[in-house]
Design a protein around this ligand. Sequence first.
Ligand code: ZN
Length: 424
Amino acid sequence: MARRHDALFRRIEDQTDALVELTRDLIRIPTVNPPGDAYTPCAELLGRRLAARGFQVTYVRAEGTPGDSDRHPRTNVVARIEGQRPGRCVHFNGHIDVVPAGHGWTVDPFAGVVRDGRVYGRGACDMKGGLAAAVAAVEAILACGVPFAGALEISGTVDEESGGFGGVGYLARQGWFSPPRVDHVIIPEPLNVDRVCVGHRGVWWAEIETKGREAHGSMPFLGNCAVRHMGAVLHRIEEELIPHLAGKRTAMPVVPEGARQSTININAIHGGQEEDRDGLPSPMVPDSCRMVVDRRYLIEEDPETVKGEIVAILEGLKRDRPGFDYAVREVLAFLPTMTDADAPVVRAVERAVEQVLGRPAQRVVSPGTYDQKHIVRVGHLKDCIAYGPGILDLAHQPDEYVDIADMVRSAQVMAAAALDLLGA
Ligand SMILES: [Zn+2]
């Protein structure tokens, strides 16, 4: 067994240049989301490559999902290759979409610049480098002729950065991520080569609206100012909710440490006249103020309690504050998820990390969600983790990069873990 893995690991190292080239090719296709550009050519790049190695390749367009149109089709690709006899299936899933480049780059974000042992570009770390490493892992298994039972799958999916509804969410609803088709899923998100990510905190996004009544700005006492009402909401969030949330600690091994508690962010606030109006503003008492809150919560918390805490503040203000009225609209909600520590995929990847890196893996939980939520909740497949190269903090930043040596080592880990899971 050890000798066979030696050949496999050497093969992956020998193919480093091909791994770098694949990463660069993926970065050069600007799959920016929003709006969801160039998904089809990126899916086809993966599909063509894997078809040439004997994979059965299927393209799945998530018709009717948010953002899907003929101009921006939500094109996913799933590739599968069967082993020598029936058995279980290990699936590697990577999202092909990237967030917009933004500002502050010192290199072209879509050129795939290679420098100092790193590949730079938007998506290098999150997560085209990881997807390329998964491809390298599977290609090495095939090239070395390692016999295995069951099947290996690789998917390139869209829209992870906007909730995954047109990607893994859509595929999971159609059974692509459920037994008996798939048994174990590894998502090569950038969590560092020595970390196994078993899940994520929950998320509840809501838009809170405070309501008032318009009047002339010189006589505010004749109206009812929705922005002042929102000020009162913010005050209670600041004085009551944030200290309360800081006291809620989790047994989930969330990284970084600051996220090992319940948190809330105020994502946006809008009240009164639009800033992009023409001409000077007019004196008005605003009758509406809207705020989007981003609540991240723990596996120990009940989602109804999470919502109830916000509603209790609003109901309290309705009692205490004359003229206060409000509405709450849920924008997005995902439950926390955490794979069991002794689940097969967790143990297999931890063993492989120890074998490749010579030190124990660190078991972590992500502060934010990723596509595991759809696989667990919609696909009802619990044996799922995130493991991949790249430094989480670099995701979505200018001059994002992935370390080439890390890609190679993570590919070795993924190959060894897959063979372990398939009983090779
Ligand atoms: Zn990602």
